[in-house]
Each structure stands twice: as C-alpha cells, then as structure tokens.
Design a binder for this molecule. Sequence first.
Ligand SMILES: Cc1cc2nc3c(=O)[nH]c(=O)nc-3n(C[C@H](O)[C@H](O)[C@H](O)COP(=O)(O)O)c2cc1C
Length: 387
Amino acid sequence: MPIITCIEDLRRIYERRVPRMFYDYCESGSWTEQTFRENSSDFDLIRLRQRVAVNMEGRSSASQMVGQDVAMPVALAPVGSTGMQHADGEIKAARAAEKFGVPYTLSSMSICSIEDVAAATSRPFWFQLYVMRDEDFIARLIQRAKDAQCSALVLTLDLQILGQRHKDLKNGLSVPPKLTPGTIVNLATKWRWGFEMLQTQRRQFGNIVGHAKDVTSINDLSLWAHNQFDPRLDWEKVRKIREQWDGPLILKGILDAEDAKMAADIGADAIVVSNHGGRQLDGALSSIRALPSILEAVGDRVEVHIDGGIRKGQDVLKALAMGAKGTYVGRAYIYGLGAMGEKGVTTALELLHRELDMTMALCGRRNVANLDREILLVPKGFDGEWE
Ligand SMILES: Cc1cc2nc3c(=O)[nH]c(=O)nc-3n(C[C@H](O)[C@H](O)[C@H](O)COP(=O)(O)O)c2cc1C
C-alpha cells in the first residue's frame, strides 16, 4: 500500500483506478478552466502568521453548521454521479462522513437514491436539490427527503443551464458508460473498478429513474435530464421552496453580494459561496476572493459557508479565518473515494483534519470556532478592485 501524505496522493491513485471518462468528469472546469484553477491557486496567495510560545494543548476543531454539531466544519459537497466513481459511492461517502462526524450532502443527480443512502446510514444526511421544470417531481423529491429525515436542504442555484466542459463532450460522457472501442480499451485497464461495479445494481440515477414521469429506462433519462433543468428559476421559485421545507435551507452557488442579500431576505439559514467548483461560469471570481465582499454585505444575517478549490486543511483554516462558518469539499473526497472507496474518503477527511489542526496550532490558536483574520496575511487588494 502506498504511503498517503496528502490529498494529491489520493488524486494520483484515483486517476489510475477510475475510467478516464469519470476522472475527466470530476477533474475539469468549464471552458478555459480559469475559475477552476484559481479556486485553488488563490488560496495559496494568502499566507499564515506563525506564532510561538502559545500553549497549544487542548485544541478543538469541533464546531456547528446550521446549528448541527460537526467534528470539523468541513461538509462533503453534493457530487452528481458519485456512484460512477466507485460502486455504491454515495453510500460509501455517507458512511465515512457519518463515522467522522461531518455532514454528507447527497446530490439530486446521485446514483444511489435518497432511500438507499438512508437505509445504509444511521444519522441524517443533507439533500441537495436542483430546480427542475416538473414541479410535481420536485415536490415529491422534497417529500422523499423529509421522509428520509434529511436534516438540511441544499438548494443549488448556479445550474439553470449546464456549463460546457470540453472533456465531457470529447469523451461522450454517459451514465452508465457507452461502450465505444475507446471506452472498452480504457475500461479493460480498470479491472478493480469494473469488478466492484458488477457487484452492485446501482448504475443509473436512483432519484430519478422510476420516479420522474415517463422515465423508466436509461434512454428516457438522458432526454429528461437534458430538458429538465429549469432556466426560469427565479427568487419567487426559491421562496416557494423555502415554504415547502421547514428545516435548515442552504442556498448554494452564491458568488455576488447582491444575491447574498436576496438569500438572506428570503430566510435562508446559510449560503454557500460557490462557483460550482469552476464548472459553470468560467471567468467568475474564485470563491475565496468572492468571500470578503459577501461577508461584508450580509454580516450575521445568514450563515456563510464556502466551497471551491479546497485541497488542504490549510485552505479550510484560511476560509474560516476569513469569516466563513463552514466549508465543503467536492473533489478532495471524490479522489479518496475513487482511490480506495469508503476508506479513501475517511483518509481524505483525516488528512484535512490533521492539516487543519496542526496549522491552527502553529498559528497559535486552539479552537476552530473562534478564528479570525489576525492569523492571516492577505495580500493588499486580494478581493480585487473591480469596476
Ligand atoms: C464531478 C462533480 C459533480 C458535481 N455535481 C454537483 C451536483 O450534483 N450538485 C451540486 O450542487 N454541485 C455539484 N458539484 C459542485 C460541488 O458541490 C462543489 O460546489 C464543488 O465540487 C466544490 O469545489 P471543489 O471540488 O474544488 O471542492 C459537482 C462537482 C463535481 C466536481
């Protein structure tokens, strides 16, 4: 077994073990991938203040996100088709999150269904919703999330239309993969992935097939999904969903101070400052750069979370010290899942936790719940002086 010291080690193993089509689906952004790259590289521009001779015993990374206790403020972000990265991937990731004590967010576009994940776990998870044109389907999906005791609804607002990711088009991405000569050659080298996939029945979108009108097969599904993302989504529709969900509502995909204020006005419990991991509007600001102006705009009116580009515990610490109350990782745990299943997700969480804890200590702090900008060296004009 290789010695794994960082998330990048997991990414390398993941790249070897998972079919190219699904690796590329994860490891890409839209168009030129500028925003995808800057999500991570902008974290590196922020430096840390080393402090000494401060008692570092008795540290804690425990905190709360939307009023729920978390072992560290790092949730697993919703990632569509996770069950294609590893057989029963959503169940494996949810179990790892549950054991670690952090929230798991199940995507609407998951392979394992809400009911599958609920049956395989013993603590509530969060459910992510995309707004689709079929309002009955949405109402039933929300009801299914309630029946499964999901403890927060994460409503994603930045995918009314799908950003173009060049590699997906070139690879002919499909779920399950279409067997072209190219994919057959590639799949032949991923025997471990294929062997595990053959052991499960879960190989299509579990929340949709058999639940949405006229979708009973994989062929109906691609047409349905293509036509369903609702380009007419507006704040009125968000308000209606707020009315349908009594529990914590988290609005995901906010990158602008004005939108953050709207989210607070609507009564969201939290927002996620996010550009969908650089997969939607290429050329948008990285999440960490967008964070300060959003915090300034909403203050304490709504809890502010962030995702995008987090690959290290140090990134988590920087986001928290900038003022975010919670963070999410997407690719960082998918690398672990693709590399080693549930154990890999646990390893990713352990790595992030260790890096977060040690960095906090070396900055002279003992508690993640009360970090502040004092520990950061932020370059002048970091959030940018844009016109
Ligand atoms: C392969 C992949 C699939 C994703 N699918 C969804 C999804 O179904 N719903 C959603 O709200 N966000 C989705 N996202 C965005 C993530 O929730 C999250 O915003 C992003 O991954 C954060 O960036 P990071 O991967 O750099 O941590 C997806 C991201 C990736 C990489």
